[in-house]
Design a protein around this ligand. Sequence first.
Ligand code: PSU
Ligand code: MN
Length: 329
Amino acid sequence: MSSSSSSSSSTGPPMSSVAVSPEVAAALARGGAVVALESTIICHGMPYPKNLQTAMEVEAVVRENGAVPATIAILDGVPHVGLSSEQLKSLAISGRQFQKTARRDIAHVVASGGNGATTVSATMFFAHKVGIPIFVTGGIGGVHRNGEQTMDISSDLTELGKTPVTVISAGVKSILDIPRTLEYLETQGVTVAAYKTNEFPAFFTEVSGCKVPCRVDSPEECAKIICANKNLHLGSGILIAVPIPKEYAASGNAIESAIQKALKEAEYNPYSQQSVVDKNIIGNAITPFMLDRVKVLTGGSSLEANIALVKNNALLGAKIAVALSDLQQ
Ligand code: PSU
Ligand code: MN
C-alpha cells in the first residue's frame, strides 16, 4: 500500500491523506483481491433507494466472488477507500448533495472539507494511490457527440491514459460519440479489450458498429494482460468492455430515439454557452442530464438494465481481481 495512505481513525487522517477501511487495508496487505467502485453512479446516476440497493448488491456480488469491495468517495474532505454500510447509506440518501468529483475537482473538495462523489477519473486516481489495480463501473465517460466543436471529452479518457488501473465497464453509452471515443483512447495509449466479443459494446446494447483491437475470453486472460502492463511499467490504463447480458439488452431503436430527443433538449451552443431550449446544460452537467432524460423517456426500463449490467461487470471484475491475485502470489 502507498505510504501516503493511513487507516481511518476517529479523529480522521490529516488532510491530503486517504482513509482506507480496515477490511480493504488488510486485503491489500496480504495481496488479496480488491475491487474499487465509484460513487458518482450512486449519487448522480440513480435515484434513492434504488441507488443504495444497487450499491449494496454490487458489493455483495464482489464478495460472493472472492474479492473485497472498495467503494470510493470523499467524506467531509477526506478521501475514503472502502465504506461502512452507514457511510454507503448516507451517501445514497444525500445523492446530488455530494458534488460530482472528477480529477479536476478533487483538490477543491478536499480543501473545502466537502463531500464528493467520485467519477471514473477520480476513482481511478484514488484506487491507484492505495494500490488497487481493478475498478468496476457501469459506463465510462467519453467524447461527447459534437465534441469536435465543444471539446467536451471526459477526463475519464485522459485518466485511462496515465493511470495503470483496469476499468471494467459495459463500454460507453451511445449518448456519446463512440468512434471518436475509441480514437481518443488509442491516442492515449489505452489497451481496449472486449469480453467474449470482437465488438465494442454500447452499454444498453451489445453492438456499436465499432470493432475492438483486442478480444479476451476469460478472467485469467485479462489478468495476464494486466500483469504484462505492470511488468513493462507501461503506466497506462486498461479498459475491459463487457456486453450487457442478453436478457437485459434494450432495443437499440428505443434507446436511440430517447437519446436523440434528450440531445435536442440539452443542445449546446458553444457561442452562446447556452442550450438552445434554454436549459443551460453545459459542462459536467451534461452527462447526468442525459442519463436522467434517457431514463425518463424509456419509462424507467433503462434503469433496470443499468443495474443488471453493473452487477454483471462486478462479477467479472471480482473474478479478474482473484485471477490477478493468484498470478502474483
Ligand atoms: N456514464 C454512465 N453512468 C455514469 C457516468 C457515465 O453510463 O454514472 C458517470 C461516471 O461517473 C463517469 C462520469 O466517470 O459520469 C463522466 O462524466 P463526464 O462526462 O462529465 O466526464
Ligand atoms: Mn465533460
